[in-house]
Design a binder for this molecule. Structure first.
Ligand SMILES: Cc1cc2nc3c(=O)[nH]c(=O)nc-3n(C[C@H](O)[C@H](O)[C@H](O)COP(=O)(O)OP(=O)(O)OC[C@H]3O[C@@H](n4cnc5c(N)ncnc54)[C@H](O)[C@@H]3O)c2cc1C
Length: 324
């Protein structure tokens, strides 16, 4: 089974607002990495024309239907009549005005003796945790009535010491979930780039995909769903024999919103918890979710932006470096 937790009851919490979020027709779903890899590898195994090569790569380039891959061990692989796709992160030269935040997190799957979780009822964001370091929240995804993923997430420049995530998770379980006894059955940790860099759609003739292809939303770090959409479009184009090199990234106006919000978060011009509180307090949750998915229409975006504090956003929109 690919999905280990799903439902359509979400709740939002901050110090000034708490509310269930009606999200139908949306559903939240949790996919565990191990299940996802297994699902993909099983599919790959059923296709003898696909092979896995486990090597460290120095460089990749494509020209005139030929793809060249330079390996760390000195070998060079050459493929004729090929199209090159690349998700290896590119080398990055820092420039003034670059904003480099991280969405970093640590999560525990905890198991309790009593049935304390409401399966199908998750916490999307809980901002009642300290905001001292920067925008910080916890989300809780039940797997069943006795188990849930509790994840502490921050939007800041640097990752924390491991122990600091643990302290925050322990505090959250005690203060907000009112749990004293639980077993930690699994831990996960990660850091996703949130930046205002320009991501070219092609580099050295290679179509850039994944985070390297600009599929990470700069203002939230959300990536997985965007990668699925990009891969789907790519697959449709290849299947129909209508592949268009330089597959597009997010629309201009979404990159504009993202970079404006990123500028605000990075320069702490307005607290992130208040921005998300206003968004969810003053808009239908489905509109906010569509916005976070880059799927709103312009009139919907205007309605949504109208609910946000004008001055900090106007100031940030003018101040930020143009990178989109
Ligand atoms: C615990 C965890 C939870 C997450 N939860 C979410 C979530 O809820 N929602 C969400 O949107 N995102 C989430 N993410 C982030 C998401 O997994 C990543 O954003 C996504 O995997 C990026 O995909 P990608 O293909 O661009 O890059 P990657 O998955 O990082 O793939 C790049 C690949 O390139 C390989 N590579 C790099 N350099 C070289 C080299 N020189 N030679 C050969 N190979 C190389 C790497 O080994 C890697 O396999 C999570 C990440 C973690 C770790």
């Amino acid at each position: 089974m690919l999905f280990t937790g799903n439902g359509n009851n979400l709740t939002f919490f901050s110090n000034s607002f708490a509310s269930p979020l009606p999200i139908e027709p949306y559903q939240y779903k949790m996919i565990q990495a191990a299940d996802f890899y297994k699902y993909c590898l099983d599919k790959i195994q059923r296709h003898p024309n696909v092979f896995l090569l486990k090597e460290d790569i120095v460089s990749v380039e494509a020209a005139d239907g030929q793809v060249k891959i330079q390996l760390v061990n000195g070998a060079e692989l050459i493929y004729e009549n090929a199209i090159g796709f690349n998700s290896i992160p590119n080398k990055y030269e820092p420039r003034t005005g670059d904003i480099m935040l991280l969405q970093h997190f640590k999560g525990w799957i905890i198991k309790t003796d009593d049935a304390v979780f409401d399966n199908g009822k998750a916490t999307l964001m809980d901002f009642r945790v300290s905001q001292q370091r920067g925008t910080s929240f916890v989300y809780v995804l039940p797997l069943d009535n006795n188990r849930a993923l509790v994840e502490y997430t921050l939007f800041t420049e640097l990752v924390l010491e491991d122990e600091e995530y643990d302290i925050a998770l322990r505090n959250y379980c005690k203060t907000f979930l009112q749990l004293q006894d639980y077993e930690i059955t699994h831990e996960e940790k990660g850091a996703i780039p949130m930046n205002n860099l320009h991501y070219p759609t092609q580099i050295n003739g290679m179509q850039q995909i994944g985070t390297a292809g600009g599929q990470t939303k700069a203002s939230s770090g959300y990536t997985f769903q965007f990668i699925q959409k990009q891969s789907d479009e790519l697959a449709q184009q290849l299947k129909s024999g209508n592949y268009q090199p330089g597959l597009k990234t997010a629309k201009w106006r979404f990159r504009f919103y993202d970079h404006t919000l990123l500028h605000i978060l990075y320069n702490r011009q307005y607290p992130g918890d208040k921005i998300f509180t206003t968004l969810f307090r003053k808009n239908p949750a489905t509109r906010v979710l569509r916005f976070l998915d880059n799927e709103t229409s312009l009139p919907e975006e205007l309605k949504l932006l109208w609910t946000l504090p004008t001055w900090p956003f106007l100031k940030a929109a003018i101040q930020k470096r143009r990178t989109y």
